[in-house]
Write a protein that binds this ligand. Structure first.
Ligand SMILES: [Zn+2]
Ligand SMILES: [Zn+2]
Length: 274
């Protein structure tokens, strides 16, 4: 039964949906990535947020070319952090695209081969994804000089109107991206809109604002502060790297509940990093 669920998850083809006219969600079996850019505005310049799972470069390129035209490359790739499911296709993509990659300064050691993430902790809860998480790679990739720190002034290269917000906890250099003009948030893994530790939830994508994926979260105190800071933005539309987009009252109420009850809603009762 459980194996059956995992099979159903991993066999799902990549899907995509336009969240707002210039944000498209690319849906991989375990994670989302985002295309930010409107083909009709800014000469059709666009940015890729996150780099999906391994062997998905073709799908990403196909989706992007379908939207922006054949041979069209992004202006940059922004990484909210460097976990395996967020950088899976990046080497393949960079072999085809000559574009810079940006991440927070504190995440660079995990993107340049200098430091590995701690191994995933399967003891955080009973969820099936948590249980299989020790099979998830925790080794640093090495992007060498193709990755650069995000600008210190908070701007996001090639994403006018957006700023990056340091939201550590899940990882040291985790960032979320926010656009004040329409209160749109790309939360990365700072919070999720499903229960990522549970295979049922990953399969059905039932909307439920939850903490960061617990098996990989390194610092729960910092993670709580980050969620509170994101709640205070009064975001109207939020997308996370795990789950479906959420907006309006449902978003506001559930995000407030997570921020106000973080210890009971998100923090595992036990675990190596608690
Ligand atoms: Zn992560
Ligand atoms: Zn993730």
């Amino acid at each position: 039964m459980q194996e059956n669920i995992l099979q159903q998850i991993t066999q799902k083809p990549m899907g995509y949906q336009q969240v707002i006219p210039d944000v498209v969600l690319l849906e991989f079996p375990l994670v989302n990535a985002f295309i930010v850019g409107n083909p009709k505005i800014n000469n059709g310049e666009w940015v890729l947020i996150g780099a999906g799972m391994a062997h998905t470069a073709k799908d990403v390129i196909q989706a992007a070319e379908g939207r922006f035209g054949e041979g069209n490359q992004p202006k940059s790739i922004i990484l909210t952090h460097g976990h395996f499911d967020h950088v899976g296709a990046i080497m393949e993509l960079l072999s085809q695209w000559n574009v810079p990659v940006y991440a927070h300064e504190l995440e660079l050691p995990y993107l340049t081969g200098a430091m590995d993430y701690p191994p995933a902790d399967p003891t955080v809860n009973e969820g099936l994804i948590a249980k299989i998480s020790p099979t998830f790679p925790n080794k640093s990739i090495n992007l060498g000089n193709r990755v650069q720190p995000l600008p210190a002034d908070g701007s996001v290269p090639w994403m006018p109107g957006w700023r990056w917000i340091h939201t550590p906890g899940h990882s040291p250099g985790h960032v979320a991206l926010y656009r004040e003009s329409d209160k749109v948030l790309i939360a990365g893994d700072a919070f999720t809109t499903l229960k990522q530790d549970s295979a049922e939830s990953v399969l059905t994508k039932k909307k439920e604002i939850s903490g960061p994926p617990a098996y990989f979260t390194m610092d729960w105190e910092a993670a709580e502060k980050s969620v509170k800071a994101l709640k205070d933005l009064n975001t109207q539309i939020a997308v996370s790297s795990h789950g479906l987009p959420m907006k309006g009252n449902e978003l506001t109420e559930q995000l407030a509940n997570l921020a106000n009850n973080f210890a009971s809603v998100a923090v595992p009762e036990h675990g190596k990093y608690v």
